[in-house]
Design a protein around this ligand. Structure first.
Ligand code: HEM
Length: 489
């Protein structure tokens, strides 16, 4: 290993430490970092993954230091694995860096805001509430078309497939922001299809990127290591967006309509730049992958986390009861919870925070890269080192949480039952912080609180609903499971 770098996990030629991590925990290799951190009594580890030299921050203070250092704002940009999902180029937002990333991220967040992304906007919220009330109506009255029957059954109580029953709302809410178009629940087939594609993409690797990222030549072996499915899942989402964008360009909509959607604004920006003869990072291909990068977490990470939270309510009925009592007393039964209620529902909010802490769906965040030689926690970091934040480890750090392996929303409340500063980092932090954090927290609250207000979730015998019934993947997702929704009196 390079001089003055953190204690290293053993390694073998070509693969580096990957097999040692798999050996420690084949399904969730990220968990092996905890074993070595304990063994070496360190908060910072190093290892090799394929050719990459990697440093891992294992606790709250090292994760924060890493995330706040601009020298670590880089990404893995030269990997064929990531380029294969982007027409062989460095595009999008997740896997680009430098001024290109800054320009694209700034533009996207600045303009998506106007359409309700990452801030409270009445229209966006009303549209979400409309979809949530439609979901409740359909659950109560039964599936009224064949597509709906694939996710909703009738019986003693309505029984829904999670997370799929949520796909329409989570996919539709981001699609409305980027395209300006609302897709009715009855025309949801395509949104469901691309949501499933996003789940496929997420599940066909592991939290370390999988074997293909470490040793790219394995991609020639079909789907043995999930590569084919990863690429296909991504392509399905990009194709959906491409058809829409190309149609929009063909009909010249972007040129005519002033302020309809993020896509229109972006297309106008390309056009303006072209007229001015300026070279810039704005292009049609960049738009497609940028939108894919905003779509796929909305189609997968978000509905998965909400589904996991519903599952936890079955396992922790005393928490569920407190959430329901709080919603009953503040909101009552006659209207849905709205974002304005959020500050009056601290226990509900604490439950969401506890879920995101306890079940860290992105256990290692997204890999950062050192853009230059620098120092970290007294160690030397060579340029191009991959920098990982073990968010799952910091979310279970005994010094920070006391009893990290207990599911206990109260830990986020003070003696008066009020929320206090949240030390967890499920969406990471710093310049690279999840671009969809506020959007996710809003939707999570609106959907979860409405379901809790209206139903008691109950186990369906034989369904994979245990707490550890999870899939490994780029993120951790719950196994698809049918859950009964008993209407509350
Ligand atoms: C429960 C849901 C989600 C969780 C737990 C989550 C978590 C994360 C984490 C940990 C990162 C890595 C940040 C870093 O590099 O340090 C990230 C990045 C990102 N997330 Fe999320 N995310 C979620 C949902 C979403 C949604 C719904 C969207 C889009 C609407 C989104 C868009 C992004 C983007 C674009 C990035 C890359 C930011 C960049 O590289 O500049 N995420 N997310």
């Amino acid at each position: 290993k390079p001089p003055n770098t953190p204690p290293a996990i053993p390694r073998i030629p070509i693969w580096g430490s990957y097999w040692f991590l798999l050996w420690g925990n084949y399904k969730f290799p990220y968990k092996t970092f905890d074993y070595y951190a304990k063994k070496y009594k360190t908060k910072v580890l190093s290892c090799h993954l394929g050719d990459y030299f990697v440093i891992v921050a294992q606790d709250s203070s090292t994760c924060k230091e890493l995330l706040n250092k601009k020298e670590f704002d880089g990404r893995i940009v030269d990997s064929d694995y990531f380029k294969a999902r982007a027409f062989g180029k460095q595009l999008g937002i997740f896997f680009v860096d430098g001024s290109y990333w800054q320009e694209q991220r700034r533009f996207a967040l600045r303009h998506m805001r106007d359409f309700g992304f990452g801030r409270r906007q009445e229209k966006w919220e009303n549209d979400v509430l409309h979809e949530v009330s439609k979901l409740i109506e359909i659950i109560n009255t039964g599936a009224h078309n064949d597509e709906e029957k694939t996710v909703l059954r009738s019986g003693t109580y309505p029984t829904a497939l999670f997370p799929d029953i949520l796909f329409h709302i989570t996919a539709g809410s981001i699609w409305a922001i980027i395209s300006g178009e609302k897709i009715d629940r009855d025309d949801h087939e395509q949104l469901r299809r691309i949501s499933r594609a996003a789940m496929t993409l997420q599940r066909n690797a592991d939290t370390l990127g999988g074997a293909i990222l470490q040793t790219p030549w394995l991609r020639h072996f079909g789907n043995i290591f999930g590569y084919k499915k990863f690429i296909e899942g991504n392509k399905e989402i990009t194709d959906y967006i491409r058809e829409y964008v190309d149609e929009r360009v063909l009909h010249g909509m972007a040129a005519h309509r002033e302020d309809d959607s993020f896509i229109d604004r972006y297309l106008r920006k390309i056009e303006d730049n072209r007229k001015r003869g300026s070279t810039s990072s704005f292009s049609r291909d960049q738009l497609l992958i940028l939108l894919t990068d905003f779509m796929f977490p909305s189609l997968s990470a978000l509905p998965s986390s909400i589904a996991t939270c519903i599952k936890y309510m079955m396992h922790f009925p005393e928490v569920k009861k407190k959430v329901q009592d709080e919603i009953d007393s503040i909101v009552g039964p006659d209207r849905l919870p709205i974002l304005e209620d959020r500050k009056m529902l601290p226990y509900t909010e604490a439950t969401i925070r506890e879920l995101l802490r306890y079940e860290t769906s992105t256990p290692l965040g997204v890999p950062h890269v050192a853009t230059e030689n620098t120092l970290f926690c007294g160690y030397s970091v060579p340029a191009n080192t991959i920098m990982l934040t073990n968010l799952a480890a910091m979310h279970h750090e005994p010094e920070l949480w006391g009893d990290p392996y207990r599911f206990r929303p109260e830990r986020f409340l003070n003696a008066n039952g009020e929320l206090y500063k949240d030390p967890s980092l499920p969406f990471s932090a710093g310049h690279r912080v999840c671009a969809g954090e506020t959007f996710s927290r809003f939707l999570f609250f609106l959907i979860f609180s409405a379901l809790m207000q209206n139903y008691d979730p109950l186990f369906v015998p034989g369904e994979p609903s245990a707490l550890d019934d999870n899939h490994s993947g780029l993120i951790v997702t719950p196994k698809d499971a049918w859950i009964q929704l008993k209407p509350r009196a």
